[in-house]
Design a protein around this ligand. Structure first.
Ligand code: MN
Length: 257
């Protein structure tokens, strides 16, 4: 068994080391992670400059491969030449904060796992529901329990799969019930934060993510609010299949003069 572990919070993030520790004994582990925090970079690949890889020294990051790029860069490089052998499983996280609902579109944590999935490898993204790393070891134990259970009874059709796991920040995280969920929805982001820099110029900070808008039973938000570990199977196809017919009637065929 070969496992590739990445994240988006950067190679020094406690969540990465915790996930690596939790996976000990599962097989050969390779770790590749961004040099700097790359949260919110989604599936971005760096195409306008070369990338470099160096090997981190000193515990707890000894041997981690570090890339001056994005989470997707990391996994992409690993799977296209940086690793001697292809992994059987790609893991990402543990992220500092939730990746639920719309977060999954912006998340570098989900993107790193998705990069593995796009290369045909099963993948799991892990996030703690709240920022601050509280009860991180319990979250890592919860992650390991999910990994063990999936490996013990993997989907049998040899298709890759992608799971998005959100773990409540609780000391009993590893023994919490699990729920398989769908993504909820957030309200639009909070307003931009406008400030003046030391040179008198106006600068802007992207506002925080909005609160949950669709958080009913069955969603990831609902499960985590009820103290459960949320597991959402993800797909990549963004096609709105239900409206294909209606748009086809409106727009398909020859252009009208
Ligand atoms: Mn992050």
């Amino acid at each position: 068994m070969r496992i590739l572990i990445a994240n988006d919070d950067g190679y020094l993030a406690p969540g990465l080391a915790a996930l690596v520790r939790a996976c000990r004994g599962l097989g050969h582990i390779d770790v590749i992670a961004p040099e700097q925090n790359a949260s919110g970079t989604s599936n971005a690949l760096t195409l306008n400059r070369p990338l470099q890889i160096f090997e981190a020294r000193g515990e707890p990051v000894q041997g981690f491969l570090v890339v001056n790029g994005t989470p997707s860069d990391c996994v992409h490089l690993a799977l296209t030449g940086a690793l001697a052998q292809r992994p059987d499983l790609v893991l990402s996280g543990i992220n500092n904060g939730a990746n639920m609902g719309d977060d999954t579109l912006y998340s570098g944590t989900v993107a790193a796992a998705m990069e593995g999935y796009l290369f045909g490898i099963p993948a799991i993204a892990f996030s703690q529901a709240e920022k601050g790393w509280k009860h991180l070891d319990a979250a890592a134990a919860a992650a390991r329990a999910v990994i063990d259970q999936v490996l013990a009874d993997p989907p049998g059709d040899r298709q890759p799969w992608l799971l998005n796991v959100n773990i409540p920040n609780r000391d009993d995280a590893a023994s919490l019930p699990r729920r398989v969920t769908r993504l909820g929805r957030r309200h639009a982001s909070e307003p931009v934060i406008r400030q003046t820099n030391p040179r008198g110029e106006t600068i802007y900070w992207i506002g925080p993510a909005g609160d949950a808008r669709e958080a009913g039973a069955g969603t990831d938000f609902h499960a985590v609010a009820e103290g459960c570990v949320s597991i959402t199977p993800l797909q990549v196809d963004l096609t709105e299949h239900a409206s294909l017919g209606a748009w086809s009637a409106r727009l398909a065929g020859a252009a009208r003069p």
